[in-house]
Design a binder for this molecule. Structure first.
Ligand SMILES: [Zn+2]
Length: 189
């Protein structure tokens, strides 16, 4: 039995007043008290179905919540599928989508700025070293500068011919020269 402090405002207090009018029912009437919808705050009554069904993933570029099953971000139009390039020498973790290739090298204008900055002290790496392109069909391609590089470009420790595009796969390690190694991750949410 729930007892009620005298003087506490609220619906229960009002109801008690009605019960007191009928002495025969007494406290038994309190057992039958059921809260009416107006007793509950708005957030409790609001239907749960207002939450959109299915999980949304934040866009890798702009963080907009992209509904599951959608391949293009409705906010920035970037493809959900993208390339991630991770390295410890140099310390690098960048993402790149479909469209223009990702340019790797030490050239501060030609190469992607974060890459050029990270590689600035790596003398094994040419200024315009190589590009990676993510094609619309989901395939990844690495191309060394057609003019060649001083120290070569490698995929899983195997040197690739200059100017010829070679396929890349998720988990491949590309070498720019012999000392810089970057892991390629193909993310397809
Ligand atoms: Zn976006």
């Amino acid at each position: 039995m729930v007892t009620e402090e005298p003087g506490v405002p609220g619906p229960r207090h009002v109801d008690r007043g009605l019960a007191d009018d009928d002495a025969l029912l007494g406290d038994e009437d309190e057992e039958e008290y059921a809260p009416t919808p107006q007793d509950w705050p708005e957030e409790v009554l609001r239907p749960r179905t207002q939450v959109p069904p299915g999980p949304a993933r934040p866009c890798w570029r702009c963080a907009f919540p992209v509904p599951s099953g959608t391949s293009v971000c409705p906010e920035c139009l970037e493809s959900a599928r993208h390339l991630r390039l991770v390295g410890t020498r140099p310390q690098l973790d960048i993402r790149h989508g479909e469209g223009p290739p990702l340019r790797l090298g030490r050239h501060p204008v030609w190469a992607r700025p974060e890459v050029a900055t990270a590689l600035r002290c790596e003398e094994d790496v040419s200024r315009c070293h190589a590009t990676i392109r993510l094609a619309p069909d989901g395939t990844l391609w690495l191309t060394e500068n057609p003019a060649g590089t001083s120290n070569g470009t490698y995929v899983n420790n195997e040197r690739i011919p200059q100017g010829t595009r070679v396929p890349l796969h998720d988990g491949d390690v590309i070498g720019l020269g012999r000392r810089v190694a970057l892991t390629v991750l193909l993310t397809d949410p």
